[in-house]
Ligand binder design. Structure first.
Ligand SMILES: Cc1cc2nc3c(=O)[nH]c(=O)nc-3n(C[C@H](O)[C@H](O)[C@H](O)COP(=O)(O)OP(=O)(O)OC[C@H]3O[C@@H](n4cnc5c(N)ncnc54)[C@H](O)[C@@H]3O)c2cc1C
Length: 404
């Protein structure tokens, strides 16, 4: 099946009867392939590594375990790539480093920021790209060697995970299930009390040359709006750092201001605080560990980055080079060692909405200097650098995919 936006929209029309069901915390994506009813046969099995969640974080863990000899099972409530979880924007180099260029849709060398008093156009020291979620997930999954089952995870007791299809016992468990942190020791995370942002976007047909951001209180008091073109589709949305602020109306308004249709909604909660990356013997990767960056809400490359790190620790366990507890401790420390940039970005997330709009506009203009932008965006990329993909890993002398 073609994965272009037109083909996907037609499938969406078929499933939804053309109805526009934009709801917060709901993903309305086109193709529904997940088994339902009788097709959901009982699932009862053991495995070496159970990866819960088959999006960016989970598939990155699986990739690092390829060829390790481990019996790896990946589960998700949906088929791989079935439900897009973001606007799918990422530093281009991450796609290249992981060999995922085939999913690339559009590349941007500049970032345009609109405020009520000024618009600035920053030349980036590295490019940013949009990609096709389904294709990207398929390519990433191809780099792993694992069994996959659709199952909804309900909870866990020690090393046994409970799903709607049965119980799975595993030597090691990874929670890459997103912001809810389903497999934590306590209650799952509940909005709006938790440290979460919320985001919603529409995906109309359309084209554009620029990656654009709006910092404008008329849309959202604390947060930003965006428009990411993606090869025939626009991803237009609004994110609020305050989880109590509803983003549906401003999302619709921003889309209308851009003369775009308000169709094909996609939204979710977004963590903006780093959490412990291990708890009660479980590895947490991506949004479940709060790995999404505050301020920008960029969580794809960090999910990939920490997923690779987690997979490498587990690979060393499978190879017999370290025990499970040591892997937990090392991964925990690795994640925690990134606390500083996360803290700074959270501070900026809290500060920027407090700036008077004219001061904000003046500040954005003032930092439009090549040396400063190279420095700032260089540091930003370094938080989860694509060079990590090709780093030498003990036990894997030749990485599966080398940076091109
Ligand atoms: C509107 C919006 C736009 C965004 N745009 C961008 C962007 O352009 N760039 C960027 O870097 N970040 C973006 N983000 C953030 C980004 O989407 C997340 O940080 C990223 O998806 C985290 O990846 P993950 O693998 O940890 O979790 P997810 O991508 O959320 O994947 C979790 C997986 O777990 C599965 N799952 C969840 N619960 C269960 C369960 N109980 N049982 C079984 N399976 C389950 C889901 O089906 C899903 O496949 C955006 C977020 C939002 C809300």
């Amino acid at each position: 099946m073609s994965s272009g936006p037109q083909a996907r929209a037609l499938e969406c029309e078929r499933i939804c009867g053309g109805e526009d069901k934009g709801l917060n915390n709901m993903v309305l994506m086109p193709v529904r392939a997940t088994k339902r009813g009788d097709q959901r046969t009982p699932l009862q099995r053991d495995c070496d590594v159970l990866i819960c969640g088959a999006s960016f974080g989970g598939l990155a863990v699986a990739r690092e375990l390829a060829g390790s000899g481990a019996d790896v099972l990946v589960i998700d409530r949906y088929e791989i790539g079935e439900r897009q979880t973001s606007a799918c924007g990422i530093p281009t180099e991450w796609l290249r480093a992981l060999g995922l260029q085939e999913s690339l849709q559009q590349t941007f060398a500049e970032l345009v920021i609109h405020t009520p008093h000024a618009a600035v156009r920053y030349a980036l020291p590295w490019t940013f790209s949009t990609f096709d979620y389904r294709t990207m997930c398929a390519l990433l999954a191809d780099q792993g060697s694992f069994d996959f089952e659709t199952a909804t995870v309900h909870g866990r007791r020690e090393r046994t995970v409970h799903t709607d299809r049965g119980e799975i016992r595993a030597g090691a468990i990874v929670d890459a299930l997103g912001w809810r942190r389903v497999l934590g020791a306590g209650e799952t995370i509940q909005p709006p009390e938790a440290l979460l942002s919320r985001g919603l976007e529409v995906h109309p047909f359309g084209s554009g040359q620029d990656m654009e951001v709006w910092i404008d209180r008329s849309y959202v008091p604390a947060g930003y709006g965006w428009s990411f073109p993606a090869d025939g589709e626009l991803r237009i949305g609004v994110g609020s750092f305050d989880p109590r602020f509803h983003v549906r109306e401003p999302t619709v308004r921003l889309a209308r201001d851009l003369s775009a249709d308000t169709v094909r909604y996609q939204g979710n909660w977004i963590p903006h605080a780093l959490r412990d990356a291990t708890e009660d013997g479980v590895f947490f990767v991506g949004d479940s560990a709060g790995h999404c960056l505050p301020l920008t809400a960029e969580g794809i490359r960090t999910a990939l980055y920490f997923g690779l790190a987690c997979g490498r620790e587990l690979r060393a366990v499978v190879a017999g080079w370290q025990g499970h507890d040591r892997a937990l401790a090392r991964y925990h420390a690795f994640s925690a060692s990134h606390a500083l940039p996360f803290r700074w970005m959270l501070r900026a997330q809290r500060l920027i909405p407090r700036l008077a709009p004219r001061l904000l506009a003046g500040s954005l203009r003032a930092i439009d200097r090549k040396r400063f932008l190279d420095w700032a965006f260089g540091h930003y990329l370094a938080v989860a650098h694509p060079g990590f993909v090709g780093e030498r890993v003990p036990g894997r002398e030749i990485p599966i995919v080398t940076a091109s």
